[in-house]
Design a protein around this ligand. Structure first.
Ligand code: PGA
Length: 263
């Protein structure tokens, strides 16, 4: 894993956006996995700005979102589909038929999940997957104990996630208890992964998934087994890391070691 520690949320967002933009410029028909939550909002704003001011072209890009609340219709104000259109899609030139978000109000979640996996395969697999991280260590809605072999499926939300996400709803009781989410197995097949995290609330879990043991209790720790992961943190989220100086040294000397680390 390459660990990039930034000064603040704004810098984390612009570093993340420039990594995504670089991949789109490298491959115009990039298959881009996307995440929701507060963390990526700044990076999405920056991507919209790059589109508007520098003509970053999304017309050939295909996107797959990680997850969606089960039971919410795509136009529901709390759905992740709605979130994505408000925060990114309506500000860029992505073509709507190349946008995939799990359908929360499907009648048959199992069949839908298989279909979703098939669409990812048909698109040629995910080139770059953007991830946030939950305080319980989840990526997507892969809550503690999720199998590292899991595929897109319905998952019950963990208590901490329900509490954390209650801020988006009128009351905690309104937070759906289930979601459709890509599995760890699905995420691990992405060619490259970019995880972003911000704020002191994420400091403990960032230490655990980066420097702790690989365990299904912190599903983000599965990323230690992936060959190409970049983690961009602000300094609050990085506060508890034990090897900060080493990560910073690698970042500052990357031009020297670039050939050796293959980035
Ligand atoms: P957040 O959510 O970005 O709102 O903190 C992250 C997540 O739960 O994956």
């Amino acid at each position: 894993m390459e660990i990039i520690i930034t000064q603040d949320y704004e810098t984390m967002s612009s570093v993340a956006a420039s990594i995504i933009a670089k991949e789109i410029k490298r491959k115009h028909d990039l298959v881009l996995g996307l995440a929701t939550g507060d963390t990526p909002v700044g990076a999405y704003k920056e991507l919209a700005k790059l589109h508007k001011e520098e003509g970053l072209d999304f017309s050939k890009v295909t996107t797959f979102n990680l997850d969606e609340y089960l039971g919410l219709a795509p136009l529901h104000k709390n759905s992740y589909n709605y979130f994505m259109w408000e925060n990114l899609f309506k500000h860029i030139n992505v073509s709507p038929h190349k946008v995939f978000v799990p359908q929360g109000n499907t009648d048959d979640p199992e069949q839908f999940s298989e279909w979703y996996e098939e669409q990812i395969r048909k698109a040629g697999g995910i080139d770059l997957q953007v991830l946030g991280i939950g305080r319980d260590g989840h990526i997507g809605f892969n809550e503690p104990g999720s199998s590292f072999a899991s595929r897109t499926r319905v998952k019950g939300l963990y208590e901490q996630t329900i509490k954390d996400n209650a801020r988006f709803f009128e009351q905690e009781e309104d937070v759906p208890r289930f979601a459709i989410t890509m599995g760890i197995g699905t995420i691990m097949e992405a060619k490259k992964i970019l995880l972003i995290a911000s704020g002191e609330g994420k400091a403990e879990v960032c230490k655990e998934f980066i420097e702790g043991p690989v365990t299904s209790q912190i599903t983000a720790s599965s990323l230690q087994l992936h060959s190409y992961v970049i983690v961009v943190l602000d300094k609050e989220a990085a506060a508890k890391l034990g090897r900060k100086e080493y990560y910073n040294w690698i970042r500052d000397n990357k031009h020297v070691v670039q050939k050796k680390i293959g980035r």
